[in-house]
Design a protein around this ligand. Structure first.
Ligand code: CS2
Length: 492
């Protein structure tokens, strides 16, 4: 099939395929998005697609900060792509039209800067993943020794990092008398708005003290909780979707029926009426954010490392093992829930029940190896914050410690059959060298990894109530393997 999805093919789809109900030629850009991955296209771009018929001034120009793939795929498609919502009950397809253009930042820096400094751009959204903020995951502060930050401070007008791009655009807007845009991070960081505000303010102050004060005082960075499971698209997905559409879509996204977006309502330059598409606007996002990071992402990472080691390729196959399901339920109920402080009316019981069902969705092939990526950036907010709160309250952490130990076992780069693991992590070289010096000795490995203070801070490695359970879980993983460990966990 050679015909490609594009504006010209929009009127030809079967009635079961939803298409934009607004006139795309009338849409203007109000949002610039940095980091156009599958998650953005299955989440914020869909909410925005839903509101464009009420207000066409919120179209999206999206930028890839590194890879040309998305631009290559979407440019010939006029920015259009299919979202496939999959569950046991089948598949629902819709075509999303909210992205009008994709910019490849390294090759089109002037185009990107022009979009960022356009007075009509009132919001800059981001999904650049945890590592894209160039920060220290343990403290949430800007990592001033990060190579991209060093580069950007030396080439202030040609930045490549997300903080560098945003601050340079804010500087130019300020100089031209254009109000700053609102920065809306949609990544899984703790207190994400506040964290980004701190990172941007610090970076700006290194450029110029005055600019630092301006960013700190004038730039709004509302916090958000974003949630939708979006596995990487496969060739099978592409073939199946093309067969229904009757045209080829090189870049569809596949996701689950569930979607949630909770946003702090602080947009000095206005915002789309995303509530019309189901987003929830609240004054304090943090309880929701913590609930999601600790219950969903904490379980996800635990499941990813243990599942991968046990030979389960996908989340749903790991969840098919009753011992894994029990471990997760107990972790959520006994060790995570007591650390959460939800507002009145929030129903944690239903949330957790739904989570288990979402993880079991057999139609989603969510690879454990995909979630395992970038563990050094994810562990602090997914497991270690929960552990700190538990220790402070004198509670047990056996299952959370098993999650941490599973990451350590995975980070050695060798699986249980002696095969190499493709560990993808910005700290991979350091992890590998610590694993090499430990030579399979759990005690040495734990000791070496605890020395990474960007992950563990100074407090946890000094606390035997933390180090003890992690050491014993890791010893068990090395001795018995993941499947057996989970089946009999915790031993006492
Ligand atoms: C996952 C998340 O890849 C990962 O680390 O835990 O992407 C997860 O699927 C989303 O946060 C769900 O909202």
């Amino acid at each position: 099939m050679t015909r490609r999805l594009s504006n010209a093919t929009l009127s030809q789809f079967p009635s079961t395929v939803a298409v934009p109900r607004y006139d795309r030629s009338k849409v203007r850009t109000g949002i610039v998005h940095l980091g156009i991955g599958a998650f953005h296209r299955a989440h914020q771009a869909v909410y925005t697609d839903d509101v464009l018929e009420h207000d066409p001034s919120w179209g999206i120009v999206a930028a890839s900060l590194r890879s040309p793939d998305t631009q290559d795929a979407l440019a010939p498609q006029d920015g259009l792509y299919a979202v496939s919502v999959r569950s046991d009950g089948g598949e629902l397809l819709r075509i999303v039209g909210s992205i009008s253009r994709v910019i490849l930042a390294p090759q089109e820096p002037d185009e990107l800067m022009a979009s960022l400094t356009d007075p009509k751009t009132r919001i800059v959204t981001l999904t650049v993943t945890e590592k894209g903020y160039c920060h220290d995951p343990a403290t949430g502060d800007l990592d001033e020794r990060h190579p991209d930050i060093i580069h950007d401070l030396a080439h202030q007008y040609r930045p490549k990092s997300a903080p560098g791009l945003i601050v340079e655009a804010l500087r130019r807007r300020r100089e031209a008398g254009i109000a700053p845009f609102t920065v809306l991070t949609c990544d899984n960081l703790p207190s994400n708005g506040r964290t980004v505000h701190r990172i941007l303010s610090r970076y700006a102050s290194l450029v110029d003290r005055d600019l630092g004060a301006f960013v700190a005082g004038e730039v709004a960075c509302p916090s958000t909780m974003v949630d939708r499971i979006v596995p990487a698209t496969t060739d099978d997905d592409r073939a199946r979707i093309a067969a229904v559409l009757g045209v080829r879509d090189a870049w569809p996204v596949v996701t689950e029926p569930f979607t949630q977006w909770v946003i702090e309502d602080h947009f000095p330059q206005g915002r789309p009426a995303w509530e019309k598409a189901g987003a929830e606007f609240v004054t304090d996002v943090e309880p929701f954010e913590q609930m999601k990071l600790r219950l969903l992402n904490g379980s996800h990472s635990t499941l990813a490392y243990l599942g991968f080691l046990a030979g389960y390729e996908t989340v749903s196959s790991a969840m098919g093992d009753p011992a894994f399901e029990r471990l997760l339920r107990d972790m959520m109920d006994l060790e995570v829930t007591p650390t959460l402080h939800m507002p009145e009316g929030a129903d944690l019981h239903s949330y957790k029940k739904a989570l288990i069902e979402r993880f079991k969705n057999p139609a989603l092939k969510h690879r454990t190896g995909q979630i395992a990526m970038d563990g050094s950036q994810k562990l602090p907010q997914r497991l270690l914050g929960t552990i700190r709160d538990r220790l402070q309250a004198g509670g047990g952490i056996d299952r959370l410690a098993l999650g941490v130990a599973a990451w350590m076992r995975y980070a050695t780069g060798v699986d249980e059959s002696g095969r190499a693991i493709d560990v993808r992590d910005p700290m991979v070289a350091r992890l590998r060298s610590l694993a090499d010096s430990a030579a399979g000795e759990p005690e040495l490995l734990v000791h070496g990894l605890f020395g990474i203070r960007e992950i563990f801070g100074d407090d946890l490695p000094a606390n035997p109530a933390f180090t003890g359970p992690v050491k014993s879980a890791l010893t068990q993983l090395f001795r018995d393997g993941a499947r057996k460990t989970v089946a009999h966990y915790p031993v006492s």
